[in-house]
Design a protein around this ligand. Structure first.
Ligand code: UDP
Length: 324
C-alpha cells in the first residue's frame, strides 16, 4: 500500500513509519520539521519505498500531489504539547485547524481513507472518570491559551465526522499521553521526557503542583497499534476512539518510578504551575480513558506495562540522548 503520514518525522509518526516500513509498505512522510526531527526518519531515507517531503500541510499544492497517490493517510501533523501551544497560539490554531481541513478536503476529493489524530485534551478539565468518547467536554475561558489546542482538535474531529457523513472512510483517535523512544531528549513536551532527562543529568525532577494529578501513560507501540486498527477495521469508519492505557499513575509515582529505574540521586521537587507555564494556566487533574469502544470495535488492548515501556524509553535515552 501507498501510505501517507503527515507529521511522520514526529514522535508518534516516525514510530508508525517504522512499523509500516517493517511491513513492506510504501511510505511517504510530509513534515515541516517544526516539532519532528530529520534524525527520526534518517534510517529510512536510503529505501526506495520511503519518501520524505520537507513541507507543511498548509502547502495545498504539495499536499495534493501526495494525497492523490496515497491509498491511506495517517494525519498526525500538528502543533502538540502544552508548552508549544501556550507559546505559539496562532501557529497552533492555523496548523491544527486549517491543516486538517486541507488534508480531509483532499482525502475526500481523491477518496482516500484517513485516520485523524486527536487527543485526550479534547475532554479539557472534565472530572469524569473514566472518560468515554461521548462524554461532555469541559473547557476554560478562551483567554487561557491551553484550551485552543483542545478546541482545534475538536474541530478536527467535527471535520472527520462531517466527511464521514459524506461517505469518506475516515475515523479519529484520541491519544492519551503517549510515550516511548523519540520523545524529545531535551525533555520538551512530555513529563516522561522531562523526568528522564532530569534524572539522567542529576538535575532536580520538577513535579508541578502537588503531583497528585494523574495520567494514563501509553507506550507508543500500543498507541500505534490502536491507530493502525482505526485505519483498517471497517466498523471504525465515522467513529472516534480513546487510545490509551487504563492504568492511572500520579505524577508523584511517576517521578519515583523513573528515579528508581535510572538509579538517579536527583532530588524531587514540587514547583507551582506558574513557574512552568506562567499565570492563567489550567490543569487537568485526572485523565483516564474508557477503552471499551476501542476494545470492542478495534480489538485494541494496550499490552505494555509502564515499567517495561519506561525501561525501553530509558534505554533509548541512554543510547541517543547522551550524544545530543
Ligand atoms: N508535569 C510535571 N512536571 C513536569 C512536566 C509536567 O509535574 O516537568 C505534569 C503536568 O503538570 C501534568 C502531567 O505532568 O499534570 C503531564 O504533563 P504533560 O505535559 O506530559 O502532558 P499533558 O497530559 O498535561 O498534556
Amino acid at each position: 500500500m501507498k501510505i501517507l503520514i503527515t507529521g511522520g518525522a514526529g514522535f508518534i509518526g516516525s514510530n508508525l513509519a517504522d512499523v509500516l516500513m517493517g511491513q513492506g509498505q510504501e511510505v511517504t512522510v510530509i513534515d515541516n520539521l517544526s516539532v519532528g526531527k530529520a534524525s527520526n526518519i534518517a534510517h529510512h531515507l536510503s529505501s526506495d519505498r520511503f519518501h520524505f517531503v520537507n513541507d507543511s500541510i498548509l502547502n495545498v499544492t504539495m499536499l495534493e500531489r501526495l494525497v492523490r497517490r496515497a491509498d491511506l493517510i495517517y494525519h498526525l501533523a500538528a502543533v502538540v504539547g502544552p508548552k508549544y501551544v501556550v507559546e505559539d497560539p496562532l501557529g497552533t490554531i492555523v496548523t491544527n485547524v486549517r491543516g486538517t481541513e486541507n488534508v480531509l478536503e483532499l482525502a475526500f476529493k481523491y477518496w482516500v481513507r484517513c485516520v485523524v489524530a486527536s487527543s485526550s485534551e479534547v475532554y479539557g478539565k472534565s472530572t469524569v472518570v473514566p472518560l468515554s468518547e461521548d462524554d461532555d467536554r469541559l473547557l476554560g475561558s478562551t483567554t487561557v491559551n491551553r484550551w485552543s489546542y483542545s478546541d482545534a482538535k475538536a474541530i478536527d474531529e467535527y471535520f472527520a465526522f462531517a466527511y464521514a457523513r459524506k461517505g469518506l472512510p475516515v475515523s479519529a483517535v484520541r491519544y492519551f499521553n503517549a510515550y516511548g523512544p523519540r520523545l524529545d531528549p531535551r525533555g520538551y513536551g512530555s513529563v516522561i521526557a522531562r523526568f528522564i532527562s532530569q534524572a539522567l543529568r542529576g538535575e532536580a525532577m520538577t513535579i508541578y503542583d502537588d503531583g497528585v494529578q494523574t495520567r494514563c501513560f501509553t507506550y507508543v507501540a500500543d498507541t500505534i497499534e490502536g491507530t493502525m486498527k482505526a485505519a483498517t477495521v471497517q466498523e471504525a469508519v465515522g467513529q472516534v476512539f480513546n487510545i490509551g492505557s487504563d492504568r492511572e499513575t500520579s505524577i508523584n509515582e511517576l517521578a519515583q518510578l523513573i528515579r528508581r529505574l535510572t538509579g538517579s540521586t536527583s532530588e524531587v521537587v514540587h514547583v507551582p504551575y506558574e513557574t512552568a507555564y506562567g499565570p492563567a494556566f489550567e490543569e487537568t487533574r485526572r485523565r483516564v480513558p474508557d477503552v471499551k469502544r476501542a476494545r470492542e470495535v478495534l480489538g485494541f488492548e494496550p499490552a505494555t506495562s509502564l515499567e517495561e515501556g519506561l525501561q525501553r524509553t530509558l534505554d533509548w535515552f541512554r543510547g541517543t540522548a547522551a550524544g545530543e
